[in-house]
Write a protein that binds this ligand. Structure first.
Ligand SMILES: Cc1ncc(COP(=O)(O)O)c(C=O)c1O
Length: 466
């Protein structure tokens, strides 16, 4: 048995000891739910804890254990779990009747205005959806409808949800890198028409657009990469993307589903000063509810109202629950709060993020182990609440590309995804991909407790691992 296996067995024993109820619930779930739940990322091994309650920085499981949580609702909960402010506001509106009616109502206009404001206040139109996946799917469809082209360009490691055009180049695979398809059931034709370029690589972007620009409908990219590694784009990269896409008639889509309202009370794109053709937003903008949106200038969004030159319009319909009254209210409360408190919330988030990143690297160094944190800002994004921990296999890895984060030859992924997760869970901390997102509800006490728990994990790693 390797040191890894022995440590894992020890951590699993400890985890099982503290979570017998979750284990039983998971067994029951496995009989009726795919893989025992509703989202693969929530279903870690050997089994997830099941949540009973959550407030602020913490979540409590069905066994009564409390965890400081950095997953925070898939990074939607920038004010922490269940902020009282939002709860109170939607309770009042539910009392007045905010369940679904299927009619247009006016809160959606105010929320749309807040999104447009957050993206720089230029004239734009919004359509709401109920998931980020739908928002990016419609944005791509809109680009294809407008340009009459059928290729899509995305970055390796970029996750934009599960629409067929974007289910390629998300996971890194040995021998294939970020070129693989993510799912069975995708048509070969679609997979072939999704092109992958390397994030933050100006030469590669120039090459692919020079060679295939006239076939590409859109380039979709996160200005601050999320699942791909919590990595900011460089200013030069986004500026080049803007120049090249404009030159070749390609729509530039910024996917700000994670970055929107996380670094400032609006899109991170305004810090870069680069204006895309379309923006997708989600997560934070729903105040804890299922809200996402596509935002774009009138001349583009009007393609959904009428087709060009008498042709078909892009069928960007809403869905049954689009702009649900309760969701709109919650989003408005959230964005109103963030706009009103931006001067305190964002610097505080950035400071807490920085303390965590530095603290985690320090405790691993003290244990004699190399650990690197991504998630920090750059010369454009002044600070960040995000952190992702990596265990480099060799010295000198820059950690500025998704390849550094996801290639098992460069970083020890099992250590991050499996061992570190368990080592922190048994110490009352919940992380995903080695870290997560600080919320405004995480105070100095939580940050120090978290660094100490990473320190505990580091000592175990030093004891068991070669
Ligand atoms: C950048 C980005 N785009 C799109 C999505 C998909 O959003 P949803 O999970 O709401 O479908 C996600 C989800 O994590 C995301 O991080």
């Amino acid at each position: 048995m390797t040191g890894f296996d022995r440590l894992r067995a020890r951590l699993v024993r400890e985890y099982e000891k503290k979570t017998p109820r979750s284990r039983a619930v998971f067994r029951r779930a496995g009989k009726v739910m795919i893989a025992g739940g509703s989202h693969t990322i929530r279903l870690w091994r050997p089994y997830p804890f099941f949540a009973a309650a959550a407030e602020g920085p913490a979540v409590r499981d069905v066994d009564g254990n409390s965890y400081i949580d950095y997953w925070q609702g898939h990074y939607a909960n920038v004010l922490g779990h269940n902020p009282r402010l939002v709860r109170r506001g939607i309770a009042a509106s539910l009392e007045r009747g905010a369940l679904h009616t299927g009619f247009e109502a006016s809160d959606q206009i105010e929320l749309a205005e807040a999104l447009v404001d957050g993206l720089g206040g230029r004239e734009a139109k919004v359509r709401f959806t109920t998931s980020g996946t739908l928002a990016t799917m419609y944005a791509v469809m809109l680009a294809q409808g407008l340009t009459g082209r059928d290729h899509v360009l995305k970055v390796g490691g970029g996750w934009h949800g599960a629409s067929p055009y974007l289910l390629k180049g998300v996971k890194f695979r040995a021998g294939e890198g970020f070129e693989g398809r993510e799912s069975a059931g995708l048509l070969d034709d679609i997979v072939k028409r999704t092109l992958i370029t390397r994030f933050n690589d100006l030469t590669d972007l120039q090459k692919v657009i020079d060679e295939q620009g006239d076939r590409i409908a859109c380039f979709i990219v996160e200005p601050f990469l999320g699942v791909g590694g919590f990595l900011p784009a460089s200013r030069e990269y986004l500026e080049l993307a803007r120049r090249l896409t404009a030159k070749h008639g390609i729509l530039l889509i910024f996917d700000e589903i994670i970055s929107g309202f996380r670094f400032r009370a609006g899109g991170v794109q305004t810090l870069f000063g680069v204006r895309p053709d379309l923006t997708t937003l989600g997560k934070i903008i729903g105040g804890g509810h299922a809200v996402a949106a596509v935002v774009g200038p009138r001349e583009i969004m009007e393609e959904c109202e009428r087709g060009r030159g008498g042709g078909d319009r892009v069928f960007f319909e809403g869905g049954t629950f689009s702009a649900h009254a309760e969701y709109m209210k919650a989003g408005l409360i959230m964005l109103g709060y963030l706009a009103g408190h931006a001067a305190t919330v964002y610097p505080r988030l950035a400071r807490a993020g920085e303390r965590l990143r530095r603290g985690i690297e320090r405790v691993f160094a003290e244990a004699g182990l190399a650990a690197r944190c991504t998630g920090g800002g750059n010369d454009v994004v002044p600070g960040s609440s995000l952190f992702m921990v990596h265990f480099p296999r060799t010295a000198g890895i820059a950690y500025d590309r998704p390849e550094d984060v996801h290639d098992p030859g460069r970083s020890d992924l099992a250590r991050r995804e499996d061992l570190l997760k368990l080592a922190l869970l048994v110490n009352g901390i919940n992380i995903v991909h080695g870290g997560g997102a600080v919320s405004a509800a995480h105070g100095a006490k939580e940050i120090e407790t978290t660094i100490a728990a990473y320190g505990e994990a580091a000592r175990l790693f030093a004891e068991y691992l070669d």
